[in-house]
Design a protein around this ligand. Structure first.
Ligand SMILES: Nc1ncnc2c1ncn2[C@@H]1O[C@H](COP(=O)(O)OP(=O)(O)OP(=O)(O)O)[C@@H](O)[C@H]1O
Length: 591
């Protein structure tokens, strides 16, 4: 067995390059900033490969695993030339670099990293514009001048059209972070409009003058980054990148050799300008180029899902109170319901007789994050989960991309993700930069074909030891007898008792019951909205709706809940009819 020191070393070998930041051609103050302010000792492998290429002025497409430091890959090569301009750049030059990101949280995260990196370069001003923020305040900041602007596409387009004082004539870089997600969220039209206004790969300036001071000659340079690529990114790459170079991991699938980042011209990799061959891949075990979480699966009948989720969460926090866990749900309603349930549900320590005083079932810190929350709540949850040492975050896919929460130990995918790339990004919230982490996927027996889909992308999962967890709960104040393995899960005494307690708790509270019904309805809608090949796997008609209702703690027959669903669906249709103005083509449920 490898000793601890050796393990650490090999972990480092997988992630970090054996060179220094200064050897990449970066200016010494910037290197000091990375080492002293950020606490980075050496570049990661992808940073070592990509930074020199970006510094050379090439258009680059970066495709590297989650948590490998891609944010630094694109921010540092912007700051390096900007801080060297002589005379210094001024706010009146307007925006010189634009970073486009898919979500508000990622926007704030990138802005905060920029603030740190620019600590010693106070004349380079970072800023952000994004949905949910005050437009007038943003206008005022743009009027003063923001040198490096981080933005979500919709709000950026709004300012490009309506904020005349927004100077972008000196724009030298456009960066698309999580490019595939920006497009998946339905921002394709906005991106095309943005590129129309800014010029897709316009070749910069010849002796730019802005009336204040001369800027040196520059060429437009665009960068595209993601851990996963798809054919939509191909289109974006074609319209925004010029002779791009791909920096990514070598695909050595057959040999199982260690993956190392390589760089190639897109043409070397892809025939007919097509990047479809770069399917998202996720390698597990020792042949992975980067450390990945241990990947586990729990197969279980739908009706027991809720009990099992709650039991696993309680068991994990009991075993190690100081830990961070993220649970992914498919809809905002599901997050709200489970958040309220976990916040309020109480259980007697003698669950069978219910004679003992009731205690909160989950006593740890609980947070939620989804796209229908007020901006302030979103910000508080996001920042809270970043800084807390121990917490449980319930969220939708709004937290799946790019967010860098330190020390997350476990990812639970309670509702399955869409395609394999979403799986990759969700599990990528743990095991970042060589840290340890586990990922657990819940599947129903009728959904097992999803595993085949994941296997095609190199993902294989091991069964989670659930029975041990269920056996660990005391039922009559003592540990239960070991339950014989052939007892079906739904008949396990702990499962029966906890399900009953949940149903009576939810049934007794009108508000809770309504939340459960709403969550049930939107869950069904999300289930029917799976796309492409996944439609064959996730089929509502193969589900037992009574069992689905049970997984929301509802005793009602599905027809009753179904009626409520129909009334709500009708209301939604009516609301949509009355909605005036352009509607973006989006997923029918909001994340
Ligand atoms: N050279 C480095 N040394 C040590 N830590 C680093 C280095 N570069 C980046 N990091 C840290 O690694 C973590 C992951 O970085 P980052 O969020 O940029 O990854 P990513 O590749 O963009 O991930 P994702 O694909 O999930 O967005 C961050 O906490 C960051 O501070």
């Amino acid at each position: 067995m490898a000793k601890k020191g050796e393990e650490e070393k090999s972990k480092g070998d997988d992630v970090f390059a054996s060179c220094t930041f200064s050897s990449l051609g970066l200016q010494s103050t910037l290197c000091d900033e990375l080492i002293d302010k950020m606490g980075y000792e050496a570049p990661t492998i992808v940073q070592a490969k990509a930074i020199p290429l970006i510094l050379s002025g090439k258009h680059v497409l970066v495709n590297a695993a989650t948590g490998t430091g891609k944010t630094i890959v694109y921010l540092v090569p912007l700051i390096h030339p900007l801080q060297m301009y002589n005379p210094r750049i001024e706010r009146s030059h307007g925006t010189m670099a634009l970073v486009l990101v898919p979500t508000r949280e990622l926007c704030i995260q990138v802005y905060e990293i920029l603030q740190k990196l620019l600590h010693r370069f106070h004349w380079i001003v970072p800023g952000f514009v994004m949905g949910g923020e005050n437009r007038s305040k943003e206008k005022a900041r743009l009027r003063k001048g923001i040198s490096i602007l981080v933005a979500t596409p919709g709000r950026l387009l709004d300012h490009l059209k309506n904020t005349s004082s927004f100077v972008h004539s000196n724009l030298r870089w456009i960066i698309f972070d999580e490019a595939d997600r920006i497009l998946e969220l339905g921002f394709g039209k906005e991106i095309e409009d943005i590129l129309d206004v800014l010029g897709s790969r316009k070749n910069g300036s010849d002796d730019k003058t802005d009336g204040v001071s001369k800027l040196p000659k520059f060429h437009r340079q665009n960068l595209l980054l993601s851990a996963t690529l798809n054919e939509k990114v191909n289109h974006l790459a074609n319209i925004s990148l010029e002779n791009p170079v791909l920096v990514g991991l070598d695909e050595k699938k057959s040999s199982g050799e260690m993956q190392k980042p390589s760089h190639k011209h897109l043409g070397d990799l892809i025939s007919n300008d097509d990047i479809k061959s770069e399917q998202p891949t996720l390698k597990s075990g020792s042949d992975a180029g980067y450390n990945l979480p241990a990947q586990l699966i729990q197969t279980l009948p739908c009706g027991s899902r809720l009990v099992v989720l709650l039991s696993i969460l309680k068991n994990l926090f009991q075993k190690e109170p100081s830990r961070k866990i993220v649970v992914f749900f498919s809809t905002c309603d599901a997050v709200d319901f489970h958040y309220s349930l976990l916040s309020e549900f109480q259980l007697s320590s003698d669950v069978e007789s219910g004679t003992q005083q009731k205690q909160k079932f989950f006593s740890g810190k609980l947070l939620c994050l989804h796209g229908s929350m007020e901006q302030e709540g979103r910000r508080t949850s996001f920042q809270g989960f970043k800084t807390d040492r121990s917490a449980l975050l319930l969220c939708t896919d709004v937290a799946a991309r790019g967010l860098d929460f330190p020390k997350v130990r476990c990812i639970i995918q309670y509702d399955s993700p869409g395609d394999a790339s979403e799986y990759v990004h969700r599990v990528g919230r743990t095991a970042r930069l060589g840290e340890r982490g586990d990922a657990l996927l819940f599947l129903q027996p009728v959904e097992m074909d999803y595993l085949k889909d994941l296997e095609k992308h190199g993902v294989s999962l091991k069964e989670y030891p659930l029975l041990k967890v269920l056996d660990s709960f005391p039922i009559t104040g003592q540990k239960p007898q070991h339950v014989k393995k052939f007892v079906p899960l739904e008949l396990h005494p702990w499962v029966v008792i906890l399900q009953r307690a949940l149903e009576s708790f939810i049934g007794a509270e009108e508000k809770m019951k309504q939340m459960a019904k709403d969550a049930f309805c939107s869950w069904i809608r999300a289930y029917t909205a799976h796309r492409g090949d996944l439609k064959r796997i996730f089929m509502v008609k193969r589900l037992h709706l009574g069992h689905v209702a049970k997984s929301f703690g509802l005793k009602d027959q599905p027809s009753m809940v179904g009626r409520a669903f129909q009334v709500k669906a009708k209301k939604n249709k009516k609301d949509l009819k009355h909605h005036k103005g352009p509607m973006r083509k989006r997923k029918i449920w909001k994340t």
